[in-house]
Design a protein. Structure first.
Length: 495
């Protein structure tokens, strides 16, 4: 604890964002480059080094947060990098993309703004790359065992890196043309520039992990054939089966799923396309769904030059402070949060009729209506009460010529045939069934991440990858020294 009074003398200060007018004209990350390091030492000083660090419990990775806060406050960046990477394979991902349940569990957050844990994490990760503190760590010797990891999202990459470092020969199969899963084609560039991903992939290749892109297991290669080639298989395909909106007019042209829209914008940033064939430029856009994917669509549509953008959230407008009776500390509270995309939309007034920024809260879609050519032209909505029941007399309509559905995901996509070809048992909610050791009903086949857990956070995905790696290592060798931060049935803290 470098400064015993830091939490009393230093206010919370977050990584500043670039001016809205500047950042909406490009696809770079929203934060001011280089503005984090000058403030981060004092922010780390705010850590109380409390006797029972609930931030550990709130983080499924078990990140050693007070330890690396203290090291950062002393500017011992190498040691801080070592402690951070001891529990997290990809801190530059979580430092940018995780909603930071650790901060909700910060003891200081009982009555003050929490320590900026996420910013400290990101600063350490970036400094580690700048100073060369994250070199490849190939194994000293090979085990002679082989593992196939299906899916290259955060779960698949974490599992592959852990198993490669343990000495196994690992091949990662990815159906897209580049590795990274939703981090590649689902997360917009303004939230995480893809050079962060490329850097980790190069590190993994240098350690010995092999990548097989443009290969859909079940379609391009039979799932049973793949299983016969390897000593173990890890299924980490994610939960990519999107939820549908079953309302009249869904079939109209111009109504798309968010994950049909976002990858095209990312491919423009990758240089694959000059312009997105599903661009929001000049269009009146309505996004149905109030979560992170909806916010990603919002920021993307703003940058594409939409005429207007409105986001519908079925939940009521939350307050700005935690409701201790409903969501007591240290659970993650549902409060009003202003993402970079919402800040942009609010300042640019993309949705004049919105309750806040670009969002209409307590709003439910009744139907779409279109023109004679079958293209969507209006969204009809109604206000709902706390039980999500329609409130009589509140019906209205919004002009729309592009609607984006961001309603979440129900489980792994079965279209490629992987699940059926292997004969995997499934849970009633559409996820892959597994036992307490992450094993499926098929010997040697393990399931991890959103494909088995259901839609979750990136920090849980990485924790699942690390834990399944330990389970596979134990299956192959009889024991394992790899860390297993969570079990398959662990869940976030909740009331």
């Amino acid at each position: 604890m470098a400064d015993p009074k830091g939490f009393m003398t230093t206010p919370r200060q977050e990584w500043p964002r670039r001016p809205v007018e500047e950042r909406v004209r490009d696809w770079n990350e929203v934060y001011v480059p280089g503005a984090l390091l000058p403030i981060i030492n004092q922010q780390a000083d705010r850590c109380m080094d409390c006797g029972i660090p609930f931030c550990h419990e709130a983080c499924p990775l078990g990140n050693l947060i007070p330890e690396w806060n203290d090291l950062v406050s002393r500017e011992d960046w190498r040691a801080a990098s070592d402690r951070l990477h001891a529990t997290n394979n990809f801190p530059e991902f979580t430092g940018r993309l995780c909603p930071a349940p650790c901060e909700a569990g910060c003891v200081l957050a009982i009555n003050q703004p929490a320590v900026t844990i996420k910013n400290v994490e990101c600063a350490i990760a970036d400094r580690a790359w700048e100073e060369g503190f994250a070199p490849p760590s190939p194994p000293d010797r090979l085990s002679g065992r082989t593992v196939a990891v299906i899916g290259s999202g955060p779960t698949g990459l974490a599992a592959a890196q852990q198993l490669t470092r343990a000495g196994h020969t690992v091949a990662v199969y990815e159906k897209d043309d580049r590795a990274g899963g939703l981090m590649r084609y689902g997360i917009p560039e303004f939230k995480m520039e893809k050079h962060h991903l490329e850097r980790r992939l190069e590190q993994m290749r240098a350690e010995g992990t092999r990548f097989r892109t443009s290969t859909a297991v079940g379609r391009d290669i039979g799932a049973a054939e793949l299983r016969s080639r390897y000593d173990a298989v890890v299924i980490a395909t994610g939960a990519t089966a999107w939820r549908e909106l079953v309302v009249p007019g869904r079939e109209l042209a111009g109504v798309h799923q968010a994950m049909q829209y976002l990858p095209l914008a990312n491919r423009v940033c990758e240089g694959d396309l000059e312009a997105s064939p599903m661009s929001a430029a000049g269009r009146h856009v309505v996004i149905v769904g109030g979560g992170d994917t909806g916010a990603d669509c919002l920021g993307t549509a703003v940058r594409q030059g939409a005429a207007s953008v409105t986001q519908l959230d079925i939940y009521a407008l939350p307050g700005t402070e935690r409701d201790e009776d409903v969501e007591p500390w240290p659970t993650y509270p549902k409060i009003y949060r202003l993402s970079g995309a919402h800040e942009e939309a609010g300042e640019l007034r993309t949705a004049p009729a919105a309750d806040a920024d670009a969002r209409l809260f307590a709003a439910s879609t009744l139907r779409f209506s279109g023109d004679a050519e079958g293209h969507v032209r209006a969204l009809h909505l109604v206000e709902v009460d706390a039980r999500r029941q329609p409130v009589s007399g509140t019906e209205r309509e919004l002009p729309v010529d592009m609607a984006l559905l961001a309603l979440g995901f129900s489980g792994p996509d079965r279209e490629d045939g992987l699940i059926d070809q292997l004969g995997l048992a499934m849970e009633s909610r559409g996820t892959i069934a597994r036992d307490a050791g992450f094993a499926t009903n098929v010997p040697g086949v393990f399931a991890a991440g959103d494909a088995a857990r259901g839609q979750s956070l990136i920090v849980w995905a990485i924790a699942e990858g690390r834990a399944v790696a330990a389970a596979v290592d134990r299956y192959l060798t009889g024991s394992s020294a790899l860390p297993a931060p969570i079990g398959p049935y662990d869940r976030p803290m909740a009331v």
